[in-house]
Design a protein around this ligand. Structure first.
Ligand code: MIC
Ligand code: SF4
Length: 641
């Protein structure tokens, strides 16, 4: 039987396990990346593991999220990460050099390699034929130390693109179309391989837009073949030697095959507050727009911004609209400047922001109250923009510019002829903002800089055999990690300070939760389907741990969050009968006895002392998961090993 692209990379990196969907496999990891919002914690964990030097082929520490530096906190974190990188053998991408995924694609991504990153959009690397996955910081710390990365062997989905994109329709619309088809949970447990005749006309950055948003499907990752388009991109980046061809076998078998006809695709928009709430742009033309943001790891490549500049050339944005443009990297920004495109963007009335995540994570540029914000980003979760009652719509750069010009959601087709973009055959290469580590010898005498905002890792404890806890929060379906542990300019500076962060846990849903959990001492959260989707932030597990959460019972979990719960020593349990969700209420006193034996059988009985009922739960845990939980989390498990 032939293999898919992902199966080939998995086969070449398999340390243990069988490549049978649903079984646990351990993978050798070639490259890791971190960003600063999750990185500080990941490096604290790496230090706690106690390995003197990273053991990967390449590990890069990026600073791109917390670049506002409204106080000393982030500057301290940056210095901490910089000093860790120098000492332990990592490259350090300085603030301003760009968004981790964009820079990694430009400078380091290699077809056929494995990459994990403490950021859920690490699958962007699939655009260049890598097996690239988002992970919790602790998993990345272990991989940096040379440890394996454990996942459940995914199913294989294939999306065939037929035809060719029409003018004004772009890669973002393909991402939105697949979200419309599959929904935000449609990719859970699967790797999505993109193929078909239509991919030949997609450049690497366009492919990366698609693999980037595969995260919003809940997929383990997404991947494109490595072909002549890939070779051309690597050549333009001066790295042709990194090219290897990579394709699936003609007789590869897929669990699901989907076809998208590019000729029939039109400009799409994801409406508030979920990326799969997709409508056709034309139907939304009555919606007045207040703000437009172009950038993020989804759509900030040179190709995207050259198109934006060409559309804005000689025009002014509508007086009622505030437009921001954040280039994805210093390479993109300086090439825009060199060819004059930057002047076209500025002359239109746009505000050019730093090469960083910025508005995507609520780091400034929050919309006005009840504002309508069009963003070329990948997430439009409630409150994520920093304005609770704003409505965020996800769009392509083309729809973004057309709407900034008219003041209403606009299908760019109405603008007439689509400008043709000529991409340079070589990119401007200047890696001076990527600092190299010290030599092993020199590193021994280096110390790490630790600012006062860096607080210790929350206290862990081995899992007891009897669990008594109160149900302190009951939430619905598709709860994101932005609900559990919000980000934004006010809170993000405290990512290395779990006690401070804990005040904001679940604040989007229920501002009284943190206090209630603290008072209860030991608590359980109940959720619906796809609990914990979105960001890879392990803070969404570490903060509940700090607040005394011992277990989360849900109808189903998102992959990275389920792993983060186990890594933090919190039990993820699922309802045997999803209807039992209705039988649990806030304030119920819950008990699980003989927990250790129950985890081995996988069947857990939950006694509800308040109602006198009992409910059957499943503990879908591998042996390794069980051992991690019994040890009190992955850090203790790794240290005790
Ligand atoms: C995000 O897009 O939500 C983030 C911010 O990049 C996160 C990481 C984080 O929370 O720091 C992600 O996607 O993993
Ligand atoms: Fe940064 Fe936004 Fe991409 Fe997350 S999704 S890495 S916040 S640009």
């Amino acid at each position: 039987m032939g293999l898919t692209i992902a199966q080939k990379i998995i086969r070449d990196h398999l340390i243990s396990g069988n490549m049978i969907p649903g079984e646990e496999i351990a993978l050798r990891i070639d490259q890791t990346l971190t960003q600063d919002a999750t990185g500080t914690m990941a490096y604290l964990e790496f230090e706690a593991i106690g390995i003197p030097r990273v053991r990967t082929e390449l590990s890069v520490a990026y600073v791109d999220h917390n670049t506002l530096q409204s106080g000393f906190e982030n500057a301290d974190d940056h210095l901490y990460i910089q000093s860790v990188a120098k000492k332990y053998g990592l490259r350090f991408s300085r603030p301003g050099n760009g968004i981790c995924h964009q820079v990694h694609l430009e400078r380091f991504g290699k077809p056929g390699k494995t990459l994990i990153g403490s950021d859920s959009h690490t699958p962007t690397g699939g655009g260049i034929g890598m097996l690239a996955m988002g992970a919790g910081g602790l998993d990345v710390a272990v991989a940096m130390g040379g440890g394996a990365y454990y996942i459940t062997m995914p199913k294989m989905y294939r999306v065939n693109l037929v035809g060719k994109l029409r003018p004004w329709v772009s890669a973002k619309d393909i991402s939105l179309e697949i979200l419309r088809i599959l929904s935000v949970k449609g990719g859970v447990g699967a790797i999505i391989e993109w193929g078909g005749e239509g991919i030949a006309s997609l450049s690497v950055p366009q492919r990366a837009t698609i693999t980037n948003m595969g995260t919003e499907l809940g997929a383990t990752t997404s991947i494109f073949p490595s072909d002549e388009v890939t070779r051309e991109f690597l050549r333009a980046e001066g790295r042709e030697e990194d090219y290897i061809p990579l394709a699936s076998d003609p007789d590869a078998v897929y669990d699901r095959v989907i076809e998208i006809n590019l000729d029939e695709l039109s400009a799409l928009v994801a409406c508030p507050h979920m990326p799969d709430n997709v409508r056709v742009a034309k139907e939304l033309s009555a919606i007045k727009v207040d703000q437009v943001c172009i950038g993020s790891c989804t759509n900030s490549s040179l190709a995207d911004l050259l198109k934006v500049a060409a559309m804005l050339r000689g025009k002014k944005i509508d007086d009622s609209v505030s437009l921001s443009v954040s280039p994805g990297s210093k390479q993109v920004l300086s090439m825009l400047a060199d060819c004059g495109a930057l002047s076209d963007i500025l002359a239109s009335g746009a505000r050019v922001l730093e090469c960083a995540c910025g508005p995507c994570i609520g780091m400034g540029f929050s919309p006005n109250s009840a504002g309508v914000s069009l963003r070329t980003f990948n997430r439009n979760f409630e409150g994520r923009s920093g304005t609770k009652d704003a409505g965020v719509y996800l769009v392509s750069p083309e729809v973004a510019v057309a709407s900034a010009l008219t003041g209403y959601i606009t299908d760019p087709e109405l603008l007439g002829e689509c400008p043709e973009i000529e991409l340079p055959t070589s990119f401007k290469i200047d890696d001076s903002a990527i600092l190299l580590p010290a030599s092993e010898e020199e590193a021994k005498s280096l110390s790490v800089r630790r600012g006062p905002n860096i607080k210790p890792f929350p206290e862990t404890r081995p899992l007891s055999d009897r669990l008594e806890a109160s149900l302190t929060l009951k939430v619905g379906d598709n709860i994101t990690t932005d609900h559990i542990m919000p980000a934004g300019a006010k809170i993000l500076p405290y990512r290395s300070n779990i006690p401070y962060l804990s005040k904001y846990c679940f604040a989007v849903c229920d501002e009284t939760f943190a206090e209630r959990a603290r008072e209860a001492g030991s608590s359980i959260i109940v959720g619906g389907v796809n609990y914990g989707q979105g960001s890879s932030r392990e803070h969404a597990a570490l903060v509940p741990l700090y607040l005394g959460v011992r277990a989360v019972i849900a109808k189903s979990f998102a992959r990275i969050h389920a792993a983060n719960l186990v890594n933090a020593g919190i039990l993820p349990l699922t309802f045997r009968n999803p209807e039992d969700y209705e039988r649990l209420h806030m304030g119920d006193k819950l008990v699980i006895s003989n927990l250790h034996a129950a985890l081995i059988s996988g069947e857990v009985t939950l006694e509800n002392e308040t109602t006198g009922e009992s409910i059957l739960l499943d503990a879908r845990l591998t042996e390794r998961n069980r051992e991690i939980l019994l040890a009190g989390g992955l850090l203790d498990y790794t240290r005790n090993a």
